[in-house]
Design a protein around this ligand. Structure first.
Ligand SMILES: Nc1nc2c(ncn2[C@@H]2O[C@H](COP(=O)(O)OP(=O)(O)OP(=O)(O)O)[C@@H](O)[C@H]2O)c(=O)[nH]1
Ligand SMILES: [Mg+2]
Ligand SMILES: [Mg+2]
Ligand SMILES: [Zn+2]
Length: 391
């Protein structure tokens, strides 16, 4: 059984699990449980062994139902932790005993509880999760609510950071030891992201002009639909996978525009991958280097007046390249692909992927013979974007 499935089962039995976030983020571990099953014992365990702050992550809709808004409008916390005003359920006494805190938390996961049943301020700190979950924000708040959504119908959880006995933060190595000692499942936000991506992916067969492929759709937190066009058993390739990461270019990809080399690069990639028998093209919906079709056409108008593709973006108020490759790295990692041979001339793609944990063992140039209409465009890419081209 998958790590996440095991963790979900443990949560559904009322147990606590440990969730570690990214080592380049907070790099901390939290004890996490489902609000529905909070007991004086689990709360006491959190206070004795977790020693952090006990909080209750809830979904946006639950926050709305209980009239819980963010504690402060201008959140200046670097991680923008979405604390609401603190609460106690009206049936509690001082609100702080393990029993009282368990009661307040459990009432968050009760369809009969109403907004007036919570006194404010109190001793439980609700946190509002982003609607896109860990795909939108890689925090414990989102991880806890995503897990609650996968485990029960309440969208409410409770969490507590894990401190070492000396009061300092427990990092991953220490968390692994504690998980063993306490016999609790340990998962990372990265495991959960991969699980959700895979769980929601839609896969179909796609016979094409260039051979038979599989097409898989992945939706990002902003509901943009990115595609993986793959061939062969990509999770079990003999050597680092041959990959093309291609950003949408409607004019080039569909109309075979000669203003750029996108259409030809896409076709060549499909041919190369078909010939190799295994490989993948990630087709990212970041049209116009991330500024969208309308703005790209405005940039084209500026280029018709003599500006180059780099300066045209700046003139429109954008960075020369607004693209982001983190989601493509997430997709690859969710498939267990950590080493690739990348078809590109663009050094920025290589470094961005490596920063996101996908190693580019080889950069394979993808040069298309320049045409008179795009030679200047390609020269700008070479000079200002450092593309590896021989022109
Ligand atoms: N803003 C802007 N975008 C453009 C222009 N011409 C092409 N594009 C976009 O540039 C992107 C090209 O993407 P890719 O071919 O994946 O990337 P690349 O930077 O060319 O690097 P390679 O991997 O070597 O192809 C697409 O999103 C196009 O829509 C332009 O003049 N202005
Ligand atoms: Mg945290
Ligand atoms: Mg290109
Ligand atoms: Zn293009």
């Amino acid at each position: 059984m998958n790590k996440i499935d095991k963790a979900i089962k443990h949560l559904q039995q009322g147990g606590l699990i440990i969730v570690a976030d990214d080592e380049d983020r907070e790099s901390e571990g939290d004890l996490v449980g489902l609000a529905e099953y909070a007991t004086p014992e689990t709360i006491n365990f959190m206070t004795k062994f977790g020693r952090g702050l006990i909080c209750a992550p809830i979904s946006k809709s639950l926050a709305t139902r209980f009239h819980l808004t963010e504690m402060i409008e201008n959140n200046t916390d670097p991680y923008r932790t979405a604390f609401t005003i603190s609460i106690d359920h009206k049936n509690t006494s001082t609100g702080i005993s393990a029993g009282d805190r368990a009661e307040t938390i459990r009432q968050l996961a009760n369809f009969n509880t109403s907004c007036d049943d919570f006194l404010r301020p109190g001793h439980i700190f609700p946190l509002i999760a982003k609607e896109g979950g860990v795909l939108e924000r890689r925090g414990h708040t989102e991880a806890a609510v995503d897990l609650a959504k996968l485990s029960d119908g309440y969208e409410a959880a409770y969490i507590c950071e894990i401190l070492k006995e000396d009061g300092t933060m427990a990092r991953l190595d220490e968390l692994k030891k504690l998980a063993k000692k306490w016999e609790l499942p340990l998962i990372t936000v990265e495991d959960l992201t991969a699980y959700l991506l895979k769980d929601e992916a839609i896969k179909v067969q796609l016979p094409t002009e260039f051979g038979d492929f599989n097409l898989t759709l992945f939706e990002d937190a902003a509901k943009k639909e990115h595609l993986l066009l793959s061939k062969g058993n990509i999770q079990d390739a003999q050597q680092p996978l041959l990959v093309r990461i291609h950003s949408e270019c409607l004019t080039g990809d569909i109309f075979q525009s000669h203003r750029c080399d996108c259409g030809a690069q896409l076709q060549r990639s499909m041919e190369l991958i078909h010939a190799e028998g295994v490989g993948a093209i990630l087709y990212l919906r970041q049209e116009g280097r991330g500024i969208g079709l309308k703005n790209k056409l405005l940039a084209y108008q500026l280029q018709e007046k003599g500006m180059d593709t780099y300066d045209a973006n700046i003139a429109l108020g954008f960075a020369p390249d607004e693209r982001d490759y983190t989601f493509s790295a997430e997709i690859l990692k969710s498939l267990g692909i950590y080493n690739i041979r990348l078809l590109t001339n663009n050094p920025e793609k290589v470094s961005s992927l490596e920063k996101s944990g996908v190693k580019v063992v080889e950069q394979i140039p993808l040069q298309i013979s320049p045409l008179k209409e795009n030679i200047n465009y390609l020269k700008t890419k070479q000079e200002k974007f450092n593309h590896r081209l021989s022109l």
